[in-house]
Design a protein around this ligand. Sequence first.
Ligand SMILES: NC(=O)c1ccc[n+]([C@@H]2O[C@H](COP(=O)([O-])OP(=O)(O)OC[C@H]3O[C@@H](n4cnc5c(N)ncnc54)[C@H](O)[C@@H]3O)[C@@H](O)[C@H]2O)c1
Length: 352
Amino acid sequence: MNKPLRYVQIGIGGFGQWWCNAFLPRLKKLGLAEAVAAVDINPDAFPIARNSLSLPDAKIYTDAEKAVSENKPDFITIVVPPAFHEQMVDIAVKYNCHILSEKPIADTMAACCRIYKKVKAANLKMAVTMSHRFDQDKMSLEAEIKSGKYGRLNYIMHRFTCNCRKFASWGKFRHEIPDPLLVEGTVHHFDILRALSGADAATVYAKTWNPPWGEYAGDSTGLIILEMTNGVRCFYEGAKANASALNCWGNDYLRAECENATLELDKRNLRVIRDGQGRLMSQDLPLLEQEAWTNFLLAEMFCHWLNGTRADHPTNLDDNIQCAALLFAAIESAHTGKPVNVQDFLKKNLEA
Ligand SMILES: NC(=O)c1ccc[n+]([C@@H]2O[C@H](COP(=O)([O-])OP(=O)(O)OC[C@H]3O[C@@H](n4cnc5c(N)ncnc54)[C@H](O)[C@@H]3O)[C@@H](O)[C@H]2O)c1
């Protein structure tokens, strides 16, 4: 049995609260990892670390570098807004720690590429918590598509629509940054589409905007077309300022048009639809069952990767840089009005 890994949790307000309350205690219960310190610039968040991670006051910091240098963890977690991810990665590299980070890798393609190179050069392990791709409903749909039972995959439709039009209803910083739908929302959906299609993106064409009633500085709404490297096409509708939350987080709509059947996932209900004797034949499909999904699963796999009981992690940097390339290529397309070749975009940015 390996000794539990030691980590410093960076970011315990916002979504970090959920990390502390929901799945980090499970890592301790499994004997995989335990918190040795926690950090947040806002002391109002400190009680979370005291109560959920059982840390004494002396191990709760406002300064991430101090926390890491004094506690020498095996890894750090990054749960602060994307504009601060690189700063935390630099601390990890300086103190030789592995990294489990929230998405996206960073808030610009240039920062994502710098992080990719720095972490690789330091021979450290980094994984990104693409929680929604590892949700039960998405993994069930992926397994059905890849089962081969329905023939070849032709194209995918994806709808994600929420009512978060009021300022701060989707967390304050998202109403203030450029391209909030893409950076904070669609990045997950792109990753889901990569998994379902079984390929990276070849080209992306995006139209994004903010309707007059959306209290956002950046674009909250978008319609996007993707062509994947294996020829599968995807159409994506994303909206954070709609009048209704028809298909919001965890309840999105996906339809995979296969050669011999239509697979539909709507608010976590999965079914297969075929034509039969003049009418539609629909059959509900059971979701996969296993103990852990989303970040519960990703964090557990990360610990196994670090302690050597797993050879790799599905959202390592080599995988996730493709997701970042698709995200920022879509942003470039939205800003220029032109389709973008995603693989050329990635190559150009990695070589810059
Ligand atoms: N996977 C998901 O479903 C999901 C959901 C929500 C957020 N996220 C991700 O989690 C990350 C954080 O988002 P959030 O919603 O928690 O943001 P937030 O603004 O609500 O909270 C961020 C926390 O980080 C702290 N912080 C900011 N800068 C810091 C610094 N330099 N050092 C230490 N602490 C600092 C803030 O005080 C705050 O407590 C983002 O990358 C976001 O994309 C992912």
